[in-house]
Design a protein around this ligand. Structure first.
Ligand SMILES: [Zn+2]
Length: 416
């Protein structure tokens, strides 16, 4: 009797889980066009970075190719990018661009390619066995939607399925992560009695408060003057992954031995990014505070926007470190890799995270191979080493924070 009851319980639990997950399998109407779908096109990679879902693959079909999310009611079309006469295609040109998951309407869709009114199914050849992608939309009017993307077997065939459903945001899921740079024994830059770590925290706490008043759910990487590991499961880089954050702002202050005049703002971006959001943060701060665009021209890609990548000598140093510690060097690090770890290690495969924990003496990045990463920026608010800039940083905190909030509001306007 006891065995029978346990058996029944297992049947009920397994049965319920299956029927919950595969809700749409029975919704035949979603796939009433299944017979019109042509042979498979190969997908090598599918990722989420920040708010953007993207995929890349290969096909010989070379005319008018688009990507569609399709069900019986709707068909949403997205552009496909590829070089002329090349078989490789992608759905984005920059990492923070592509299919914006914030604009998907509730429903279940099949992800297909379309060319001259013909539909083509997608076949997963990534060989990565990625887990189901789970995305929570940014809180808007107290509402959130959960989007899942995965290959599912339906009617004996594998399809890439995207579902979007209203949901209650789980406790451990956040919209944005703010990272007050340094902390504890690592104070960062110093000017007289002023420590970078303290000012970073004060700015981050106020930024959190202001964003929360807009209804956004914000997580800080540290709430007090505490030490925090960079890597490992509890490390700084793991927080954006675990919280499935869409945006990360790492807050820092600069310092330089050279004469930097009156200092100024520098916003650092990861490699291959579209500059719009970084430009907007810098320009809002310059317009609404007494600070200026930094005069530092090293790594500058645009007024106030900077991209620092690993140099050949940085790579040599990494290689030597690896040899010394007796492990294989990080194979994915190149001269296009972003220098700052908070930008590089929080985007998974999209930003080329490479700290994979092979170094036995140091904890790694448990998510370095993840196909779901966070869109990250590092903001050097100003120079502690410039007395003019330090005075502005101390006296205009509210104006700075207001300016960053404006840039975030503008960036998320499609989402809310
Ligand atoms: Zn710093």
């Amino acid at each position: 009797m006891k065995k029978l009851l346990i058996g029944l319980l297992i049947f009920l639990v397994v049965g319920c889980t299956l029927s919950d997950k595969k809700d749409y399998v029975n919704e035949q109407e979603v796939f009433s066009f299944a017979n019109d779908i042509n042979t498979d096109i190969t997908i090598n990679k599918y990722t989420i970075y920040g708010r953007f879902f993207n995929l890349e693959g290969e096909t010989d079909i070379n005319s008018n190719l688009t990507l569609v999310l399709k069900n019986n009611d709707k068909e949403i079309e997205y552009p496909i990018y590829r070089e002329e006469n090349k078989t490789k295609f992608t759905t984005n040109e920059k990492i923070n661009d592509g299919i914006n998951l914030e604009s998907i309407e509730e429903g279940t869709y099949v992800v297909l390619l379309k060319s001259n009114e013909e539909y083509y199914n997608l076949k997963d050849a990534s060989g990565k066995n990625y887990k189901e992608l789970e995305y929570y939309t940014i809180t808007c009017n107290k509402k959130n939607y959960k989007i899942t993307i995965s290959f599912e077997n339906i009617l004996d065939k594998s399809y890439l399925i995207l579902t979007c459903k209203e949901t209650k945001l789980p406790n451990d899921i956040y919209d944005i992560v703010i990272d007050p740079g340094h902390g504890g024994v690592d104070v960062g830059a110093i000017s007289g009695k002023y420590k970078e770590s303290t000012i970073n925290l004060e700015y981050s706490l106020l930024l959190k408060e202001e964003l929360e008043s807009l209804g956004l759910k914000i997580k800080l990487t540290r709430n007090g003057d505490t030490d925090i590991y960079n890597y490992g499961e509890k490390g700084r880089v793991s927080i954006p992954y675990k919280s499935k954050a869409k945006l990360l702002l790492s807050i820092h202050l600069n310092s330089a031995n050279l004469n930097v005049g009156n200092g100024g703002i520098e916003v650092y971006i990861p490699s291959n990014s579209n500059l719009n959001f970084a430009k907007s943060i810098a320009s809002q701060v310059v317009e609404n505070t007494s600070t200026i665009y930094s005069k530092n021209s090293s790594c500058r890609v645009e007024k106030g926007v900077y991209l620092r990548t690993l140099t050949k000598s940085d790579l040599e140093e990494l290689e030597n470190d690896a040899k010394k510690d007796g492990y294989t060097p990080y194979e994915r690090a190149t001269t296009n890799s972003t220098y700052y770890y908070m930008l590089r290690e929080t985007g998974g495969v999209v930003t080329g995270a490479y700290i994979d924990g092979r170094n036995p003496k140091k904890p790694g990045n448990p998510y370095y191979n993840s196909n779901h990463g966070c869109e990250s920026y590092l903001v050097e608010l100003g120079y502690l080493s410039s007395s003019t800039n330090l005075n502005i940083l101390l006296s205009e905190k509210e104006k700075y924070v207001e300016a960053i909030v404006e840039a975030i509001k503008e960036e998320l306007k499609n989402g809310c």
